[in-house]
Design a protein around this ligand. Structure first.
Ligand SMILES: *Cc1c(COP(=O)(O)O)cnc(C)c1O
Length: 372
């Protein structure tokens, strides 16, 4: 039986031509015209002044947090329902992660919980747009301004998603001091592996560029005033990114039409389907569903039954507060985030890649009907 994969990238634009241009010209490392072009075009697309391309989304977050020079042990508020990249960026910068639960409909961090968790040691908030649906940024920015907190936006799942702030639509990735993107193969724009940090700040961008490149000296190259990393992206990756960006409207339209087809076919089933709040334009990075309570199987059983019908899925994030590695460090002991725990047990996402066909969507819906 042929399996419908949970994600397949679409690489049918100028990707091959641009990559082969790199190879033919010899510019395959981290200098070259595609890097600058990709940085300029992606930051411009998001409505930001600067973009600094890096090796992946995880290090984009780590680098972004590092340039803010936050005080050691300062507290950063983030959702429990997210990938570990977010907490790693905090821990690796000697900061203290403080978790909040998520909203049961958008799966993004619950804003009501943020204020409850603010202390005199709180220094920043890390909003994460989950599965393409934006965090309610208008309220989040209000809270950040009120308590003078920095905002590091994780937009890795929200390429081209938008939300309303002060009566106007803004792209995700345009908020806070810094925002981070991933261009992993399953993201809405891919470079294979890759990431970018965006900012409007003239000083932060200098720190980002230095930090990405081992803080090489300006006068004397091998004299280092600061400590950095090698987080560079290659020209080859940026070449793929430039080609992807040429087709972004088509990629996004495909995701939205995919969501419409799924909505139509799954409407009558005992599933919670993706929500789009009136102030948001989700990019539907992944089409996520949650089993209603009346359904007797959990997400793990659901996934294995679907696989037997030829449909590959992915489980939801496991709450950060339940991760063995952090609990072993003595973090989050006794903490509970009921919504995060509930949706982890009951949710998964369906095949939602750019390359999905109408026929595959039809087959996935049929399989779900048979399983439920
Ligand atoms: C994918 C992702 C990342 C990490 O990106 P990588 O490029 O895989 O390192 C970070 N945050 C979120 C929310 C993600 O979905």
């Amino acid at each position: 039986m042929k399996i419908i994969p949970v994600n397949e990238p679409l690489l049918n634009g100028n990707e091959e031509m641009y990559v082969s241009d790199c190879v033919k010209s010899g510019w395959i490392s981290s200098a070259g015209k595609y890097i600058e072009r990709f940085e300029k075009e992606w930051s411009g697309y998001c409505g930001r002044k600067y973009g600094v391309a890096v090796a992946n989304g995880t290090v984009a977050l780590e680098l972004a947090v590092s340039v803010l020079n936050l005080p050691r042990e300062g507290e950063v508020i983030l959702p429990s329902f997210t990938i570990v990249s977010c907490i790693e960026a905090i821990l690796r910068n000697n900061l203290k992660p403080v978790l909040v639960d998520c909203n049961p409909h958008t799966y993004c961090m619950n804003l009501k919980d943020i204020e409850r968790r603010i202390t005199k040691n709180t220094v920043a908030i890390m909003p994460v747009h989950i599965y393409g649906h934006p965090v309610e940024m208008e309220k989040l920015i209000e809270i950040a301004d009120k308590y003078k907190l920095k905002v590091i936006e994780d937009a890795a799942e929200a390429h081209s998603a938008e939300c309303v702030v002060n009566g106007e639509w803004h792209r995700c990735g345009s908020f806070g001091e810094l925002s981070a993107f991933s261009f992993y193969a399953n993201k809405n724009i891919t470079t294979g592996e890759g990431g970018m940090v965006l900012t409007d700040d003239d000083e932060l961008v200098v720190k980002l560029r230095r930090g990405r490149n081992l803080c090489f000296g300006e006068d004397e190259r091998f004299c280092h005033e600061g400590r950095g990393w090698n987080f560079r992206m290659t020209n080859l990756q940026a070449a793929v990114g430039c080609a992807q960006l040429e087709n972004i409207e088509r990629h996004i339209e495909r995701k939205l039409s995919m969501a419409c087809s799924y909505n139509e076919r799954l409407r009558e089933l005992p599933l919670q389907l993706p929500r789009n709040e009136p102030w948001a334009r989700s990019s539907i990075w992944m089409y996520a569903v949650i089993l209603h309570d009346e359904v007797k199987i959990n997400a793990v059983d659901f996934a294995s039954k679907l696989l037997r019908h030829g449909v590959q899925t992915r489980p939801f994030f496991r709450g950060i507060h339940t991760q063995p590695c952090y609990r072993r460090m003595g973090l989050f002991l006794g903490e509970h985030y009921p919504i995060t725990e509930h949706i982890y047990e009951r949710g998964l996402y369906l095949p939602s890649g750019q390359a999905i066909t109408d026929e595959q969507i039809h087959d996935v819906a049929k399989a779900i009907q048979e399983v439920l």
